[in-house]
Ligand binder design. Structure first.
Ligand code: PHE
Length: 382
């Protein structure tokens, strides 16, 4: 390494340190400790980083207005490196070491299941902004979500395919062992079959797979009109590129919220021209709160927010709102206030927390057009 590179490296380290102390950690002992565990590195890092940006905007806004009950909010961020094991460790650490009164996280359902088990056992409320798998909140008194579930998302995707696109013969392609992917594939299948559609071919693959050509050829051979692929963006980039090589058009693919990353557009935007996916948000969604959020997000970060940022923002604002309504700033009182959340106006739609701690809210259908995510329609699950 040359001297100048080394100098640059240490300058960067100092800058990073200054930024880190300047954002989340402006703490005094009177600040309210809230934890956030996210995939800030590892395979799904854009999920975690975008979510943190949204949470930071909400934290800044609440603190600029004087904080909660006269105290500032301090969000302590932990990186679980996109693994479930680290998710459990970080939640334990936030509760035992940092004494947080509530927790935000995770994005991916598999990690929210792991972290949620610890939060629930230790009776500290956790709010996931974006984990949609049904089991995440099931029988867990202290776990909440501000997003829709995969039962709702699968139903909306199936109705969009059947009623709007008028397609009956559908293929399914998903990650066999992943809570999110397999769960969403199952919900979609059940709803489509109820509507009168047929799954003409179904393939589950192992996580970490990168070679999809053989499986895609098998799918293609069964002549589905469209293929539902509820996987994360990183897999979808490879799938879309390899499908293009096989002459499968982008408009043949339908996805779920796991597609939402600018990496998908950059890596496979052209190969997915015309594809649709269900999502929590779109930059051009016509909701008043979304437009207000878009403006303040752009002013802070100089780029458009992803859905993950909007969800992080909503989960943090909803939690802060509950903390403001809580009779005292304890995990138990915050949990009680979260249960009572009604008609909360978020950037990702207006939501009410139901008896299962899930959010009832509209679902957006996004289309990939000219390498951009564009709003197509919105539907409520039935
Ligand atoms: N819903 C996905 C899950 O539960 C996570 C996700 C949310 C991914 C939003 C992208 C966008 O695992």
């Amino acid at each position: 390494m040359t001297v100048s590179r080394r100098l640059f490296g240490s300058a960067l380290a100092i800058v990073t340190l200054v930024i880190a102390t300047g954002t989340g950690c402006s703490k005094s002992s009177n600040d309210i400790p809230v934890g956030a565990y996210l995939s800030l590195s590892g395979s799904d890092s854009t999920f975690g980083i975008d979510t943190r940006d949204g949470i930071e905007l909400a934290r800044q806004e609440v603190n600029e207005k004087g904080g909660i009950k006269g105290r500032k909010v301090n969000v302590i961020y932990e990186d679980d490196k996109s693994t479930s094991q680290e998710a459990s460790n970080k939640v334990r650490q936030l509760i035992d070491r940092d004494k947080v009164i509530a927790i935000l996280g995770e994005v991916a359902s598999s990690r929210s299941l792991a972290g949620g088990l610890i939060a629930n056992t230790k009776k500290v409320p956790m709010v996931t902004p974006s984990s949609t798998a049904v089991e995440v909140t099931k029988d867990r008194e202290y776990v909440f979500r501000t997003c829709f579930t995969d039962a709702q998302q699968g139903d909306v995707a199936a109705r969009f395919v059947f009623d709007t696109l008028k397609k009956k013969n559908v293929g399914l392609f998903y990650v066999a062992q992943d809570n999110y992917s397999a769960g969403l594939a199952k919900s979609f299948k059940e709803s489509l079959q109820k509507l009168g559609g047929t799954i003409v071919v179904e393939k589950g693959y192992q996580s970490k797979e990168t070679q999809f050509t053989t499986l895609l050829s098998d799918l293609k051979a069964s002549k589905p009109e469209v293929i539902f692929v509820p996987v994360y963006y990183n897999d979808m980039v490879q799938i879309a590129r390899q499908a293009k090589q096989l002459g499968m058009p982008g408009s043949m693919f339908i996805g779920g919220d796991g597609w939402d990353s600018s990496d998908l557009i950059e890596g496979a935007g052209e190969a997915l021209e015309g594809a649709y996916f269900t999502n929590h948000y779109a930059p051009d969604v016509p909701w008043p709160n979304s437009q207000a959020f878009l403006k303040s997000f752009k002013a802070k970060y100089n780029h458009e927010p992803s859905s993950l940022s909007a969800q992080g923002y909503d989960a943090a604002r909803l939690l802060f709102d509950a903390m403001g309504r809580a009779t005292e700033l304890t995990p138990e009182a915050v949990k009680t206030a979260l249960v009572q959340t009604k008609d909360f106006a978020g950037a990702t739609g207006t939501l009410t927390i139901d008896k299962d701690h899930n959010a009832n809210k509209p679902i957006v259908v996004v289309q990939i057009k000219g390498k951009k995510f564009t709003y197509a329609s919105q539907l409520m699950a039935q």
